[in-house]
Write a protein that binds this ligand. Structure first.
Ligand SMILES: NC(=O)c1ccc[n+]([C@@H]2O[C@H](COP(=O)([O-])OP(=O)(O)OC[C@H]3O[C@@H](n4cnc5c(N)ncnc54)[C@H](O)[C@@H]3O)[C@@H](O)[C@H]2O)c1
Length: 257
């Protein structure tokens, strides 16, 4: 791999305490970026910071990505510390436990929409003024293959990711005149703590269902690794993809075909 693809760049990564966000934080730091680790779970983000083998600086900011004030604080603190921003990876997300629509609570629906979709609106809203002034920026939204290929019982989750995909395209067009690129990644079923949370049953049942429901639906026959998503995010964050915007990249082992 090329060394230093993100030298002298500053990246905010939400959901950096676990799974794909954690893998992206480690990879981006190894590629020379200053990284801001934003997660609701501060302990987990601190743990990521400790595991980082970096040449740049690391800043942990406890953030609720669905909360207006908390996101404003994330952006203000990033600028107080680094006075710059190049990359935003919107990776924080919550799953949905398989639920028939008539049993879906309004509170749960709102939470999924808030963390998975409104978060992209909020982070972009507060970062874009800085990016516009400097005429640079790469925003990468981690959506899901569930945003284009539905599963029964994942009504809110699929809707939240479908909206994230369309928001990505709308923002790509809106922000192109300012040299700000906006892309999304659709991960397929991935080996992270989130995957089991979609499924009912005890631990053994969950492991069996993971195979039956998720692995068997992937043509390449294996779950996606968080590092697979981090590599794709690195491409979209870096200048390697300087001609790419509005792209929705499936990193899904063929699940979306
Ligand atoms: N795991 C999969 O199979 C899969 C598949 C497709 C898409 N995705 C998406 O990929 C992204 C990363 O998922 P993952 O599998 O790495 O999940 P994960 O559960 O391992 O990590 C998610 C992180 O987001 C954080 N988070 C949750 N709510 C938050 C909030 N309100 N504010 C800030 N941080 C919050 C959690 O603390 C956690 O650290 C998510 O958007 C998810 O929807 C996951």
């Amino acid at each position: 791999m090329n060394a230093g693809l993100l030298e002298r760049k500053t990246a905010i990564i939400t959901g950096a305490g676990s799974g794909m966000g954690k893998a992206a934080a480690k990879l981006f730091a190894a590629q020379g970026a200053n990284v801001v680790l934003a997660d609701l779970n501060k302990e987990a983000a601190d743990q990521t910071a400790q595991e980082i083998d970096h040449s740049g600086q690391v800043l942990v900011i406890q953030t609720d990505v669905g909360d207006d004030e908390s996101v404003q604080n994330l952006v203000n603190e990033t600028f107080n510390h680094f006075d710059d921003i190049d990359v935003l990876i919107n990776c924080a997300g919550v799953p949905q436990f398989f639920t028939p629509i008539e049993e879906m609570s309004i509170g749960e629906w709102d939470k999924i929409m808030s963390v998975n979709t409104k978060s992209i609106f909020l982070t972009t809203r507060y970062l874009v003024p800085y990016m516009k002034k400097r005429e640079k920026g790469s925003i990468v939204n981690i959506a899901s293959i569930a945003g284009i290929r539905a599963r029964p019982g994942l009504n809110a989750y699929c809707a939240s990711k479908g909206a994230a995909i369309m928001l990505t395209k709308a923002l790509a067009l809106e922000l192109a005149p300012f040299k700000i690129r906006v892309n999304a990644i659709n991960p397929g079923p991935a080996e992270t703590p989130m995957l089991g949370k979609f499924l009912p049953g005890d631990a053994q049942q969950v492991e069996e269902d993971k195979k039956k429901i998720f692995i068997d639906s992937v043509p390449l026959g294996t779950l996606i690794k968080p590092e697979d998503i981090a590599q794709a995010a690195l491409y979209l964050a870096s200048d390697l993809s300087k001609a790419v915007t509005g792209e929705i990249m499936n990193v899904d082992g063929g699940r979306g075909i």
